[in-house]
Ligand binder design. Structure first.
Ligand code: NI
Length: 170
């Protein structure tokens, strides 16, 4: 089922998400809805709080940029190790049309549960590392515009207000 993606600013996007206690059918159904919603919006990543669901669940698919990669569902992801830095002009499905340069670690090692509840480890760098860090931020109530200057953030806030008004009238 394609769900509605919350637009920033929204209090739900600033809240912490709670760990998944058990990877069951309900979680697998959430993951399926998240993939469907992400693909419908033509995004590369989506976090459960963007749908107003405060569980530590992320989906991502970067095959458009990295054809050898696979779609991934990350349940209760944790960063074990971070190295270096890289900058990239990021966007977010909760902020359509907004792009800002954000600095992130160049390499991350993460632990997570897969859709069967099995523990997994993943080491990655480059674009995949960026997407993972961006989506994991959502689980802690952090959006990429929290990392830009207050002045830029205010301009984005104004543009988002206009976008929300336009959508409300459509
Ligand atoms: Ni995002």
């Amino acid at each position: 089922m394609v769900c509605e993606i919350l637009l920033w600013p929204d209090e739900c996007l600033s809240q912490n998400s709670v760990p998944v206690a058990q990877v069951d059918e309900g979680i697998r159904s959430l993951v399926a809805d998240m993939f469907e919603t992400m693909y419908a919006a033509e995004g590369v990543g989506l976090a459960a709080p963007q749908l107003g669901i405060h569980r530590r669940v992320v989906v991502l698919d970067v095959t458009s940029r990295l054809p050898d990669s696979k779609p991934l569902a990350l349940i209760n992801p944790e960063i074990l190790q971070k190295e270096g830095s890289q900058s990239f002009e990021e966007g977010c499905l909760s902020l359509p049309g907004e792009f800002e340069t954000v600095e992130r670690a160049a390499f991350v090692k993460i632990a997570f549960l897969d859709e069967q509840g099995a523990p997994q480890l993943l080491e990655c760098e480059g674009f995949l590392a960026i997407v993972i860090q961006h989506e994991m931020d959502h689980l802690n109530g952090v959006v990429f515009v929290d990392k830009v200057s207050p002045l830029k953030r205010e301009l984005i806030r104004k543009r988002m207000k206009r976008l929300k008004n336009a959508r409300a009238q459509a």
